[in-house]
Design a protein around this ligand. Structure first.
Ligand SMILES: C[S@@+](CC[C@H](N)C(=O)[O-])C[C@H]1O[C@@H](n2cnc3c(N)ncnc32)[C@H](O)[C@@H]1O
Length: 472
């Protein structure tokens, strides 16, 4: 054994387990940072999109190194299902018998080998080094053996071997989505488009900004390097860079907000109501994306938005997002303090599985199982019922989810229509067309009055919208 290796192994033995190795090579810190975030996502239920920027900042990682850390973190989390199927073929140990931190290191190695331009020898060497640092020299040998096998084929060749023959299994492994999600998405979008949808879920979305009306101009965002987005008159797309570098975003006059999220709020605000139109409610407002837009629109029309959220810290985020005239309360939306019929427009953006935002939250697909639908269903129905009660006769209610799953979209809306005689459904695609700047690709849910956005069709999150009017 070389003296250098001897000395390194001695250091390894003396080092506190888990402490970052300080080799002085920036790429080691980049990989270590990606690994730390991936571990935190798994062990602490952390959100990668919140934790990663904080770690990059703390560790002084910027520029190309920050871009690499982001690619490695998001790519590994996103590709986990594919990489596990490949690792299972390359390891003589069952995956469930591999130390979880080591398994994360191997996934990170797989991503570098199969989905980046990092040369194979560098990907293996740096990943083995990472394994040595986080799980010790013994395990590093195992990592080396596994990754050398992974390096013998490229991704398409591995998929030929690793993907099961049945269609659901093939899609699940090839596009790294759990089977139950593939099945649900296929039910919602149909077999002809499901593969495009799964591919779109794996593409990194551009950052979409909203210029809050009356507080910022679209032109300001364009001047800061964004380009106008195709559908929402208030949206601009940022090619790259930190949104916080845009002055209007820093000042809270603009914000990051998906375009479909903007459009469903605009459709609610644009639906015609007769008579008074001054009291608006956002029943599930945190963290305040739609409330920020609605309150700005309300202020321009002499109306006032009340934002409500059951979680105090999320209500606080709403407070920071809304116009000064808006009110914010911490309250359980299923047991409201306001009198029935108190509002002219009501939004219920219900808690849901979030299957419509897999592009932005790569880890979300591994976090929930199909049982979460059973937990969320009753809450979604109660919140929609409160929202409908809160609207006055003639008032409008939008039921929105960031999910296309039929059980939390169409079925919830259909149940409300079946159970109540005091509501009618409005034509949601027509309401969207009325507030859209450009030509919107089809959003209609066949045979229903509802609308569904899709990442592969619209380049947005998969947001669902049902619009109702209270009848006397
Ligand atoms: C999908 S998020 C809303 C997103 C928000 N409309 C936006 O655009 O930023 C759902 C929100 O509902 C809140 N929530 C969950 N149960 C609730 C309840 N019983 N009453 C009120 N809010 C609730 C959650 O805390 C969460 O902030």
């Amino acid at each position: 054994m070389s003296p250098a290796r001897n000395a390194r192994d001695r250091r390894d033995r003396n080092r506190r387990p888990g402490a970052p190795r300080r080799t002085g090579r920036p790429e080691d810190l980049v990989r270590r940072t990606a690994f730390d975030v991936i571990r935190a996502v798994e062990t602490r239920d952390a959100y990668a999109n919140l934790l990663l920027p904080a770690r990059l900042h703390d560790r002084g990682i910027t520029g190309r190194d920050a871009a690499l850390a982001t690619e490695l973190t998001y790519g590994t989390l996103r590709g986990q299902g594919t990489y596990d199927a490949i690792l299972a073929l390359c390891s003589d140990r069952e995956l469930r018998r591999i130390d979880p931190p080591l398994l994360d290191v191997l996934r990170l190695g797989c991503h570098q080998l199969l989905a980046t331009r990092i040369p194979a020898h560098a990907a293996v060497a740096t990943t083995v080094e990472l394994a040595r640092a986080v799980v010790g020299p013994g395990q590093a040998k195992f990592a080396n053996a596994v990754l050398r096998k992974v390096a013998t084929r490229d991704l398409p060749a591995w998929l030929e071997i690793a993907a099961p023959a049945d269609e659901l299994g093939r899609l699940s492994v090839s596009y790294s989505h759990p089977r139950w999600i593939v099945s649900a998405l296929r039910d919602a979008v149909g077999p002809a488009e499901v593969e495009d949808l799964l591919a779109a879920d794996n593409a990194r979305p551009r950052v979409t900004l909203v210029a809050r009306p009356g507080r910022a101009e679209l032109a300001e965002l364009v001047a800061a390097g964004a380009e106008p987005a195709p559908y929402s008159p208030y949206a601009a797309l940022l090619a790259e860079g930190d949104p916080a570098a845009v002055p209007a975003v820093r000042e809270g006059r603009a914000a990051v907000q998906d375009e479909a999220s903007q459009l469903v709020a605009l459709a609610l605000a644009g639906a015609p109501v007769e008579g008074a139109d001054t009291r608006w409610l956002d029943l599930c407002a945190g963290p305040g994306g739609k409330a920020g837009l609605l309150s700005a629109l309300a202020a321009g029309r002499d109306a006032r938005l009340l934002g409500c959220d059951v979680q105090p810290h999320r209500a606080e985020l709403v407070r920071r997002a809304v116009d000064a005239r808006a009110g914010v309360v911490v309250a359980d939306g299923t047991a409201p303090a306001w009198r029935p019929g108190a509002f002219d427009r009501v939004l219920v953006d219900a808690p849901c599985t979030g299957l419509g935002a897999l592009r932005r939250r790569p880890e979300a697909r591994w976090r929930r199982g199909p049982q979460s639908l059973a937990e969320l269903g009753p809450l979604q129905r109660r919140l929609l019922a409160t929202a409908l009660d809160a609207a006055r006769p003639g008032g409008v209610v939008a039921y929105v989810t960031c999910s296309p799953h039929l059980a939390e979209t169409r079925v919830v809306a259909d149940d409300a229509l079946r159970d109540r005689s005091d509501i009618t459904a409005l034509d949601a695609p027509a309401a969207l067309a009325a507030v859209t700047a450009g030509e919107l690709p089809p959003v209609a849910v066949a045979g229903t009055p509802y609308a569904q956005f899709w990442p592969h069709r619209h380049g947005t999150d998969a947001m669902f919208l049902a619009l109702f009017r209270r009848t006397p």
